[in-house]
Structure formats: C-alpha cells, structure tokens
Design a protein around this ligand. Structure first.
Ligand code: ASP
Length: 316
C-alpha cells in the first residue's frame, strides 16, 4: 500500500477489502466500555483543517485518540495561517514534532499531494477542494457492505451537484473498483463533461431512479458555486429532490452530510429507516482508525521506540 492516502486511486481492491475488514475489527473496540487500543502509542498525528468540517474532523480526532496517538488539531482560524504563513511553512514547522501522520482538509484541489512532498509523515487527504475525499468513500463502502453483504453488481445512483463534489469523484472510483454499477444524475450544468471516463453512466432526469439499489444524494455546494448553475433551489428540488414519492421502499439512501433539508432531500426520507446517514457518521471513526492503522502501524516508528514496545497489538 502507498505511504499516503491522497486518492482512492492509491488503493487496490485488495487494499480496500483489507481496510474494511480492519474497520470491522475496530468496531468491536468501539463497542467496549474503554474504547482504546495502544497501537499508535507514542506516535503523533496532526490534523490540519483549513476548511470547515464537523464529521471528518471529529472522527479523525476520535480515531487517533482511540489508537492512543498524541494528537494536535490545527485550524486555519487561530493558527499562524491567519498571519499569512504559507501551507509549506506550516507543514515544515509542524515537521519539527516528527509527526507520523498529517491529516489535511483544504479548500484547494491538490493540497494534500503538495503536503506529501514537504513531509516524511504519511499524508491523509481529508478533502481537497473539488478533488477527492477518499476516507469518505471508504466509510460509505463500509456502511453499505454492512447492509448488503456483497457490493458486486450493486446499482448505485449518485444524484445532485456532482460538479463541485469531491465525494462524488472519490465514490465513483471506489464503488466501481468494488464492482458496483454507478450512474450519476443531475442537471447538465452540475455534471462535469467527460465524467463517463471514470466508468459511470450519466442521466439528467430521475426517470429511471427505480433501477437503483442505492440512492446517494449530494449536497448542493452553494459555497463553491460562483455562477448560476440552477435557475433556483426550488426548481432544482422540484426536479431532483429525493422525497418519499421518488425513493422506492427497498432502496437505501445515503448522503455524506451536511444535508440541506428540503433541497436535495425531503425531511420524510432523511428520517426514514432506509436512510443510512447517521450510520455513515458512525462508520467514520472505525474506518479512519483502520486507515491510520494501515498507514502507520509498523511503519516508520523510531527504532528505540520499537525496541521496548510490546508486540504489535491486534485491534480486537
Ligand atoms: N462533508 C462532505 C465534504 O466535506 C460533503 C459536503 O460537504 O457536502 O466534502
């Protein structure tokens, strides 16, 4: 496996299977009263969050803590970034702490790959602009697999603002790699030209939505829209909102969060038992533990630390 996780493309199908299996064993740890294993004791994880996040940041923090790593979380606001320090200077400054991993969320596509060039730590992309969000894709696969068993041949429709969505990009790659049939659907202005080259189908109406096993709705990313991509949110909702009428009784519903209630999803489906949204959040912790484990356990620990360390503890 690569030393970094920058894109789903860094992962083979075997890597993905192994991470999902590892996450499963960490689920047992999460069920214990004391939800901690000593795996990353003495290692440092730095969370660098240059863009708002609730789920990703909190779950990476919990994941590092449950593996007993020392954790630093820095946000752009309140750090020297406020004073104009560049990303490169920040990373070089933080390298003085000899981190084992740097987890980075940035509004700029390609930021994680740049950080990987400036540090000897493993870099995990926690979302870089419109580019990718690989751990979201992994937690989505994990959540879905727990419901359906095998992902092979599963029909997944990704509906909404595909153009501005790093989640869509990572999920198209991840779902197709696991043998799913992926279709993206949305207004032509919100579907990037040439997206079929990633191995998915394209639709501009929900007419065939009933063929899907899984409906994966995306947030309308208003903060990334500079022009006018849809006539109005009301009109968008009229044509593309997933509501109780459009969601079939056996279809599963996913969304990466945060949800714009009443825009891409109607309240009745968010709160329905078909919605896996809360479970996706829950899966975030064990999947991110598994990713940290894969990248760090046994790799790069200072030899002195390894010498008196106990044998590598198994997660469960
Ligand atoms: N939370 C996801 C992300 O950071 C999805 C979203 O923001 O719509 O990309």
């Amino acid at each position: 496996m690569h030393p970094h996780l920058l894109s789903v493309d860094d992962l083979s199908r075997d890597d993905i299977e192994r991470i999902l299996g590892r996450a499963e064993s960490f689920a047992e740890v999460s069920g214990r009263e004391i939800k901690k294993v000593p795996t990353l004791r003495g290692r440092t994880v730095i969370n660098l969050f240059y863009e708002s996040s609730t789920r990703t940041q909190s779950s990476f923090e919990l994941a590092a803590k449950r593996l007993s790593a020392d954790l630093i979380t820095l946000k752009a606001a309140g750090s020297a970034v406020d004073k104009g320090e560049s990303l490169k200077d920040t990373v070089q400054t933080l390298s003085a702490y000899d981190p084992a991993a740097i987890v980075i969320r940035s509004p700029h596509a390609g930021a994680a790959a740049l950080v990987a060039r400036w540090t000897s730590a493993s870099v995990i992309n926690a979302g870089d602009g419109k580019h990718e969000h690989p751990t979201q894709a992994l937690l989505d696969l994990y959540t879905l697999k727990r419901h359906v068993g095998s992902l092979e041949g599963l029909k997944v429709w990704i509906v909404g603002d595909v153009l501005h969505s790093r989640v869509a990009r990572s999920n198209i790659l991840a779902f197709t790699r696991m043998g799913c049939e992926v279709t993206v659907c949305g207004p032509p202005t919100l579907i990037p030209r040439g997206i079929e080259s990633l191995g998915c189908g394209v639709r501009h109406t929900l007419d065939e939505l009933s063929s899907a096993d899984v409906v994966y709705a995306l947030r309308m990313q208003r903060e990334r829209m500079t022009g006018s991509f849809v006539p109005s949110l009301r009109e968008y909702a009229a044509r593309y909102q997933i509501d109780g009428r459009r969601l079939g009784p056996t279809q599963l519903l996913m969304h990466p969060g945060p949800v714009n209630r009443g825009v891409e999803l109607a309240a009745e489906v968010i709160d329905s038992p078909q919605a896996l949204i809360a479970e996706q959040v829950e899966s975030g912790v064990v999947v991110r533990m598994a990713v940290l484990y894969e990248l760090l356990a046994g790799r790069g620990a200072p030899s002195a630390a390894r010498a008196d360390a106990e044998p590598e503890p198994q997660p469960a």
